[in-house]
Design a protein around this ligand. Sequence first.
Ligand SMILES: *Cc1c(COP(=O)(O)O)cnc(C)c1O
Length: 401
Amino acid sequence: MKKTTGMNRAITRTWRPATRAVRGGVWRSEHGETSEALFLTSGYSYDDAATVAARFAGEAEGMTYSRLQNPTVAMLEERIALMEGAEACRAQASGMAAMTAALLCQLSHGDHVVAARAAFGSCRWLVDHLCPRFGIETTVIDSADDAAWEAAIRPNTKVFFFETPANPTLDVVDLELVCGLAKAHGITTVVDNAFATAVLQRPLEFGADVVAYSATKLMDGQGRVLAGAVCGTREFIDEVLLPFQRNTGPNLSPFNAWVVHKGLETLLLRAHRQSETALELGRFVEGRLPRVLHPGLESHPRHAIAAKQMDAFGPIFAFDVESREKAFALLDALELIDISNNIGDARSLMCHPASTTHAGMTEEARAEMGVGEGLLRFNVGLEDPEDLKEDLDRAFSAAGF
Ligand SMILES: *Cc1c(COP(=O)(O)O)cnc(C)c1O
């Protein structure tokens, strides 16, 4: 197989982001296909026994088994690393496989994790339930309270774990401040960048160590496959993550890798267009509802920090309609926008986090992180903004707002 320029670091390093997204991580077979090949294979065969022995011994390059390497998955990893500005990346079976691997690959009994309170429900489950079962201590803080990060540090603090913007409350963490603090204390930062992706925010530029993804969301962008990724230094990926991954097996299927690889080609366009429409719709509903949460709105308490670290503010916003009854009435009155708990899709989707993505938490824990009974999360898609406004208008009237 011919490695084209898309795998040549000396060349790709000079490419600008849009070029990296469509040309990075490309291996061409002898057929010269323009669209990358899908290598749907679990294993490999060898010309002779010495070749496979050399590969297993790490003395020769080459694939041995798809839990360890696969050409299609490798193309995706190379493209994501290029877009992120990371030395290396490993794809994972889902966003939660990525978060679990990013944490457990480096944590041991007796270590301590400081995590942001506002987070995706399953990310909180890792912190609240999984880590403690293995003797890993955790402290959950209000990530918008800059002083709380330093106050939570203990001698055994190993990892800071947070999302920015956070799901679904759109809390924003000051990347430069928190990553700088972590560096000063020898703590590794793991940033869940699913809401922004590399085209809107590159945490490594602000000092983050590890960037972890649900690629199910904006990266795929069309609601087709589950996927995840972990990016970091070559040393972290090869020496810390890889031993964990190759022996526990949270690997991405080549088919799903291929789908996400194609999704990345349009990510820049989609993320900016969806961000623009989200801001327009956020402004449209802002006067009519008591609380609209989007980092792009001047009313967001951390708007200035978001503006410093993001190229655009993302397709997702949240708003509060005060009660579960009103939230359900509004969802049921929508005609164009789907009721769906996915995000990042090209379709506009709305959901009620308290009864879906965050239903596994107690009402008190939800209230503490700002997920009230009346909160709705809105993923703004690629439809015409005027049609979305009409649907919101109609639903607001029908639900008696
Ligand atoms: C969806 C999501 C995840 C989990 O990703 P999956 O691909 O569904 O496993 C993790 N973090 C954030 C912020 C998410 O939005």
